[in-house]
Ligand binder design. Structure first.
Ligand code: ADP
Length: 638
């Protein structure tokens, strides 16, 4: 059997990029192929742990062979291997989403930028075409048939039946391009070059990377003593890597660059992480963890494809990627791995979820991440801001989802927009800066900062210099409601009717006004039956004539957020109050209107005006325009 097949379009584009790449560090191809070989060994090892009868255990290794005459380099593993379908799925198409992202980035890149993008990206198998005229893959799954794949990386590849003298695994052979000018591909055939590359990129790979190396040995005399100046060549099977996984090395031996490189190659990112954590925990439960917070929001973060969780290792052996139970969902942006000897080795995935060690370690990891965030917040404001703008909302969800039960851990990590300046503020600072007799933490919520800042009910606060948190994210109001109070100060919505800070004199004045103008208030209320529960005089307004507030229960903002959720129950309604500014000309003019009916009619106009000012839709637009026109006609005629 022999078949020629087309690469999928995206693969062709990627291949094109690779073949024509002018990138000087073409050397990364070796790192990529070794990492694939290591993954393949991991996968076999996992199968033999879980389905031992079908996959007998074996010693895994990776071998590099370089043939100067044929100008080939081969990377051989004895891992999982690929079936015919696997070859098509994995090599004929871009299997991995990271490559797609890479391709998208490259398409958008400006001239000159491409180069750095290739270097930072894990581009996988296809990177072989940066140095190869053609690539050959001989592969066999355990108990299955062997196949050969080969391609020049143009538009097609060929697959055919083959023989392979291993029970499972893969041999990738690169047929190097000819040297051209500065591009000395032959270099990659040199032992010293290969050794350097393995040390540089792949030292931590947990399987021995072996190579038969020619070494010069002194000739020995009859007494086994070296004869001076006389040497001969011998072949020695050497292991080129130290095999100590990065996380098993002592913390002091791991440089920040090592962590960055590791992160990028393991998690297919092109940027260094924003925050890295190298944890060696000793105690009741011991584990090592490498934890990372990316410096950009993963492109699929908000899609269903995003897989939260950490990679799980036990005794240094890979068990599973994206293990969800190791990080709570409000830290779903954390990537990394955890290795512990306390995790059982011969585990099924279901069983593992239930071990108490796992729960303890997960808790511990959570507190390490939060501690690191606190530290960053304190020591590197700029970095923390970058973090918070990307992922801060998840912390708020964390508080909301537990109804505030974990607020102690999270609330001090939150940043809020606020009225008094354009920077963010923490709850701690807000409370520190509160007016002497201020009892509550004020907040105003809405869709955008501009909309919130335009809320009429902020006017008196602004005039009095009282600060207000401005909540412009959907989750915000729900989050502060879940926190309920901070340092014994309750949160208070400026859009709620009741006013805690109002003085007794002011209260009396408003009560007097209300009894003096009972007729107007009653008429307005009557004209707004079904829309508002009450019409009252306000202590919140300075320039605006009216505003809408709500009684106990759900706010107008929360009502809107709820109703925008798909499948929201329709009975979620706020109880509204129309508040009137008694000092405003509009009210003074209204006092001159003698007809009760006319006053009632103006009620809906004032209501609609408040709705508009507060960023809400008015329900009866035609009615609003009609009433406005009647007034205009009146004004123009007068
Ligand atoms: P990545 O390894 O990042 O997923 P690659 O382009 O390097 O992307 O490889 C695509 C897929 O091909 C891998 O996910 C894997 O399934 C398969 N593959 C590559 N190399 C090997 C190998 N040596 N043994 C088994 N499968 C392999």
């Amino acid at each position: 059997m022999k078949q020629e097949k087309q690469f999928e379009t995206e693969s062709q584009q990627l291949l094109d990029l690779m073949i024509n790449s002018i990138y000087s560090e073409k050397e990364i191809f070796l790192r990529e192929l070794l990492s694939n070989a290591s993954d393949a060994n991991d996968k076999y090892r996992y199968m033999s742990l879980t389905k031992g009868d079908k996959f007998p255990t074996k010693e895994h290794l990776i071998r590099i062979e370089a043939d100067e005459k044929k100008r080939t380099i081969s990377i051989i593993d004895n891992g999982i291997g690929m079936s015919l379908e696997d070859i098509e799925k994995n090599l004929g198409t871009i299997a991995k989403s990271g490559s797609k992202e890479f391709l998208a980035k490259m398409k958008k890149a400006k001239k000159g930028e491409e180069v750095s993008i290739i270097g930072q990206f894990g581009v996988g198998f296809y990177s072989a075409f940066m140095v190869a005229d053609w690539v050959e893959v001989l592969t066999k799954p355990y108990g299955g048939k062997a196949h050969r794949f080969y391609s020049e990386g143009k538009s097609t590849y060929t697959v055919e039946d083959a023989e392979f003298d291993q029970d499972s695994g893969t041999r990738v052979t690169i047929h190097l391009k000819k040297d051209k000018g500065d591009l000395n591909y032959s270099d990659y055939l040199q032992t010293w070059r290969i050794k350097n590359l393995v040390k540089k990129y792949s030292d931590y790979i947990r399987y021995p990377i072996k190579m038969v190396v020619k070494v010069s040995k002194p000739d020995l005399d009859a007494e086994n003593k070296p004869i001076e100046g006389k040497y001969h060549d011998e072949f020695e099977d050497q292991t080129l890597n130290s095999m100590i996984p990065l996380w098993k090395k002592s913390v002091n031996d791991v440089k920040p660059e090592d962590l960055n490189e590791f992160y990028k190659s393991k998690f297919n990112d092109y940027e260094d992480p924003l925050i890295s954590l190298n944890v060696h925990a000793e105690g009741l439960y011991s584990y090592e963890a490498l934890l990372f917070i990316p410096s950009h929001v993963p492109y699929d973060f908000y899609s269903e494809n995003y897989e939260q969780g950490l990679s799980l290792y036990s005794h240094g052996i890979f068990i599973q990627d994206h293990y969800k139970d190791l990080v709570p969902s409000h830290l779903r942006f954390v990537k990394g791995l955890v290795d512990s000897d306390d995790f059982p080795l011969n585990v099924s995935r279901e069983m593992l979820q239930k071990t108490p060690e796992m729960t303890k370690i997960a808790k511990n990891i959570e507190s390490k991440v939060l501690a690191e965030l606190r530290k960053t917040k304190k020591n590197d404001e700029e970095k923390y801001l970058k973090f918070f703008e990307m992922f801060g909302e998840h912390l708020k969800y964390g508080i909301y989802m537990t109804y505030g039960a974990n607020k102690g851990d999270l609330q001090d990590l939150l940043l809020f927009h606020h009225l008094n300046d354009d920077k963010y503020i923490t709850l701690e600072d807000y409370v520190k800066n509160m007016k002497k007799d201020q009892k509550s933490i004020y907040f105003a919520a809405g869709r955008t900062l501009d909309e919130i800042k335009a809320l009429p009910q902020l006017e008196q606060k602004r005039a009095d210099g009282i600060d207000v948190l401005l909540l412009d994210k959907r989750i915000d109001e729900f989050c502060v409601m879940a926190i309920a109070e901070y340092e014994k100060k309750p949160f208070k919505d400026v859009s709620s009717e009741s006013e805690s800070e109002i003085s007794n004199e002011k209260r009396e004045e408003l009560d007097r006004l209300a009894s003096d103008h009972k007729r107007i208030l009653d008429n307005l209320k009557q004209g707004l039956t079904g829309k508002v529960d009450d019409v009252v005089f306000s202590a919140k307004l300075v320039d605006s004539p009216v505003c809408l507030t709500t009684k106990e229960g759900i706010s107008m903002n929360a009502e809107r957020v709820f109703n925008e959720e798909p499948g929201a129950p329709s009975d979620v309604k706020s109880t509204k109050v129309l508040e009137i500014n008694p000092d405003h000309d509009l009210f003074k003019a209204l006092c001159e209107v003698s007809s009760d009916e006319e006053v009632a009619g103006y009620g809906s106009l004032l209501y609609d005006e408040a709705m508009l000012l507060q960023g809400f839709e008015i329900e009866d637009k035609a009615g609003f325009v009609k009433k406005l026109n009647t007034l205009l006609v009146k004004a123009w005629k007068a």
